[in-house]
Design a protein around this ligand. Sequence first.
Ligand SMILES: Nc1ncnc2c1ncn2[C@@H]1O[C@H](COP(=O)(O)OP(=O)(O)O)[C@@H](O)[C@H]1O
Ligand SMILES: [Mg+2]
Length: 510
Amino acid sequence: MEKTYVGTVISTINSPSPSSVDFVVTNETVHRGQFVEMEHEHGIMLALITNVVKTNKYFERADSVKEFEASGKAILEQFPTAEWEYIVANTRPLGIFTESGIKRPSVPPSPGTKVYLARESLLKKFYGFDDNGVYLGRLEFHDLDVKLNMTKLLKKHLAVLSISGAGKSHTVACIIEELLERKKEQGRIACIVFDPHGEYSSFAEPAKQGYVDYSDKTLLIQGKQIRIGVPNLNVGMLAGIIPGISLAQRRELSRILSELKKEMRSGNGPFDLSKLKDAIASDSEIKTNTKSALLAWLSELESLHLFGKTDLPSIRDIVMPGKLAVIDLSDIIDLRKKQIIVSYFAHKLFNERRKQRIAPFLLVVEEAHQFTPEKASEEQAVSREILRTIAREGRKFGASLCLISQRPVQLDTTTLSQCNTKLILRITNPYDLDHIAKSAEAIDKRSLDMITSLQVGEALLIGEAVGYPLFFKVRQRKSMPSKHEMTLEEAAIQFEESVAKKNSESKAYL
Ligand SMILES: Nc1ncnc2c1ncn2[C@@H]1O[C@H](COP(=O)(O)OP(=O)(O)O)[C@@H](O)[C@H]1O
Ligand SMILES: [Mg+2]
């Protein structure tokens, strides 16, 4: 392919160096964010344009500009200024394609080196894009799809972070579409979403015209339908959701639970919380105060209306290769109840996957700061420990996490730092930026500065999925978005109309 010549490397105080190369633009226009390539003694060097500066000798000195303009005639009219305007592009060398692979530049190219727009083939190789990968968008200024290798993107976990409204859920919907469209021979994983706002339930609806239908690949579970089978709980999991349980109490609970399980196996059938309570109440060995404490806690758990005799749904029914399970928690207000659900099902997912009883999966956690918060007591964060465990160990078993949050500061650092790929959309809060910078080594100051000026749908990808930080525009989604949030005007009109309707109905009745 013919290369497009754009300029020539110039010699200034700071450039060319291994970390900074400036060139004067002699041909075409170039943009910040565009990639260029040039010959180098070790191979072909790829560089990113970080800034484009226009200069003109006529306007360099403030005193002479003032003096000439004082004559009443603009400098532009007095001199051939346009001929003296030139453009310098600052670039940051990214890597050199040598015979033995891509190397970091250690010596600069020479002044006078010709600079060309980077060929797409080179960029594709540099970022490790994969034809078989997850298609998420396009590189700006280049004719190239961002297709990320699924393993590199997800295996060591993904965090999607930004302020609210910048496009996190949209981007994750694109990732889910890609997972659902994979063919068996490409390797397809299961996807489970904990969805506190019901944003993904539209995947389960028949698609309107113009959208791709994923309803036959989606299972929707409403939070209210969920039941946790008490016989499936072990004492560790129960202790995790009972605040401040003592060792003695735990021991008694464990003993009675295993007695009940034994009875169950001998044909008594599964038991629920009230049966567990009965067993504790009628136990003669247990001390009175231990007994009453345990009974009080179990009554509290009973009031959540969450526990039953068996799991509903059963994990093995909802985790299928190439399919999506949306666990819609929007009908549950109690945060603790939501955390218990996340904790229980995350435990199950991890354990079943470890035993290879279910497919490799991606577990998407929306509003992840609610489920793995940075600052919260154990009791107020019952789902944190298991999410930490999956973050730490999941990669070995094909159990991947995708954490989504608009409050990175409130997200547990331990979990966040295990997310080896970060997809960052617009962020403005300096504390959030700082928190992210601390959890990601690859991020440099210049990339960090650019995050605050990203538009909706523009993303910075760093970490495992790409060799070098990558800015790109996230593609349109193919799935139908969830019902849009009403504007204040719409909500007000709807309210008045419903009142008017009620009034006219009651008048008709009179
Ligand atoms: N890449 C994109 N292209 C087009 N529209 C987008 C893109 N990303 C987000 N949007 C739109 O912006 C709005 C907010 O996006 P959303 O994903 O809900 O943000 P967040 O989850 O970060 O709060 C939505 O209406 C969505 O359709
Ligand atoms: Mg969202």
